[in-house]
Design a protein around this ligand. Structure first.
Ligand code: 5AD
Ligand code: SF4
Length: 440
């Protein structure tokens, strides 16, 4: 019997990349690869890169430089670059870093086995096309064996929104939604393997409009049909654009108990002037009204978002508008970033805000967001919430899971609780986790 070849994948960036890495491992499984956690023993190293923020490409080149030693120790080692930096840089990577054997964009992972064979025969392999065919089909559609009770399922990829700061429409291409029947089949298969919570993924997931058996389905319809699957107890989706929060999706937050009370709905800025410059196509007021409607449907929903400070042209007054919006919403958890110019996007060409000003605004925004997060954590104390136990805790006799609101919860309980959902009374709160006791 031949020993299997070993594959090491280093994943950067978003959940989509985490999911894609699994699909790559699966595709290369067909070429006799098993995954390893130690790059030193690998026959192939893939960097699954993210291009969303500053100096992404430079960071990939320095990471590749660090792999030189491994390649000299093992001349048969093949090195590949995947993900959004691969898509954006393409052949440039092969030119700049000769130790790279293959470069593969997110639309081409199903071609990895043939690319690997080409690389093995000493050729350089490059594929960063956006093919016409459905890559989801070509990957065979079989979800990877799940390692726990939660899983991600990609339902949509790409984005047509063209926010002025963002590379996604260029690197991931136009919006494509998967057919609903396939998603339902995969979900059933995952449930058969013990999955109880699914997070539906897409760069612009609430723009989902996939072919269904009776016409096009939106995300709300898909969620309602998934919720009917026996054993599938929790559904989430990420990430969304405010302009695609349609009435039926808001309604689902109120009347679909499987849809968990957590929503990541980025607004990026609280200033109408900046929102316009960002090409977000809505005002701060419209966002606040939307939040009101979502809260009317599901009063205890925990809200999350993304913010960018120091977007070109942002004044102190614009930034104050952002702080005011944050105060008006009251987030449970948020991500915030300094604007960083992405080559090829419109905002990169505009006059830039000073780095010191950006740092100062980010610190002020994060202080406010952290205070809100701590408040949201504290507010859980005394409440009883559903928790899906996912893994043993760091302390013996402890298990850790996620609350309905996606907060980490530690409980003193045996590992027989793993994979189960139980009511837990929250007894203490820290900024990033909660402690509770079983309330069964
Ligand atoms: N600079 C800073 N933050 C960015 N994001 C996307 N592009 C940029 C950029 N050029 C942030 C946005 C987005 C999140 C995924 O990353 O807030 O919602
Ligand atoms: Fe990027 Fe999201 Fe805007 Fe699309 S909606 S361009 S993914 S920030």
């Amino acid at each position: 019997m031949t020993t299997p070849k070993k594959l090491f994948i280093k994943t950067y960036g978003c959940q989509m990349n985490v999911y894609d890495s699994e699909r790559m491992a699966e595709a290369l499984g067909a070429s006799g690869y098993v995954t390893t956690d130690t790059p030193e023993t690998a026959d192939m190293i893939l960097l699954n890169t993210c291009h969303i923020r500053e100096k992404a490409a430079e960071k990939v080149y320095s990471e590749l430089g660090r792999l030189k030693g491994l390649k000299s120790a093992n001349p048969d080692l093949k090195i590949g670059v995947a993900g959004c930096v691969a898509q954006a840089e393409g052949a440039e990577i092969l030119r700049r870093q000769p130790l790279v054997d293959l470069v593969v964009g997110p639309q081409s992972y199903h071609r990895l086995p043939e690319m690997e064979a080409r690389a093995r025969s000493g050729e350089k392999a490059l594929d960063t096309d956006f093919p016409e065919e459905d890559k989801f089909d070509r990957l065979g559609g079989r979800p990877k064996a799940s390692r726990g009770p939660t899983a991600f399922l990609t339902v949509q990829e790409g984005c047509d929104k063209f926010c002025a700061f963002c590379v996604v429409p260029y690197t991931r291409g136009a919006e494509v939604s998967r057919p609903a029947a396939r998603i339902l089949d995969e979900a059933r298969e995952l449930v058969d393997r013990g999955v109880r919570e699914l997070t539906l993924l897409g760069q612009n997931v609430n723009a989902y409009h996939g072919a269904g058996p009776d016409g096009t389905w939106g995300l709300a319809r898909l969620i309602r049909e998934l919720a009917k699957i026996d054993g599938l107890d929790r559904l989430r989706y990420t990430t969304s654009h405010p302009n695609d929060m349609e009435d039926d999706l808001i309604a689902a937050h109120g009347d679909c108990p499987e849809l968990m009370p957590y929503l990541h709905l980025p607004v990026q800025s609280g200033s109408d002037r900046i929102l316009k410059a960002m090409n977000r196509k809505h005002t701060a007021e419209q966002y606040l009204r939307l939040i009101e409607r979502i809260r009317a449907a599901r009063p205890d929903i925990l809200l999350s978002g993304d913010f960018i400070v120091g977007f070109p042209g942002e004044t102190d007054a614009d930034f104050e508008d952002t702080l005011a919006l944050v105060r008006a919403v009251g987030y449970g958890q948020c991500y915030s970033f300094k604007y960083s110019p992405r080559p090829g996007t419109p905002a990169a060409e505009r006059d830039q805000v000073d780095e010191d000003v950006k740092s100062d605004r980010l610190a002020r925004l994060q202080a406010l967001l952290n205070a809100q997060q701590e408040e949201a954590q504290r507010a859980m104390v005394g409440r009883t919430v559903g928790v899906l136990f996912e893994k043993p805790g760091r302390m013996p006799g402890q298990v850790v899971g996620k609350s309905d609101h996606l907060q980490a919860v530690h409980v003193e309980a045996g590992t027989d609780w793993l994979g189960r959902i139980a009511p837990v009374e929250i007894i203490a709160a820290a900024p990033n986790s909660l402690a509770g006791r079983l309330a069964t």
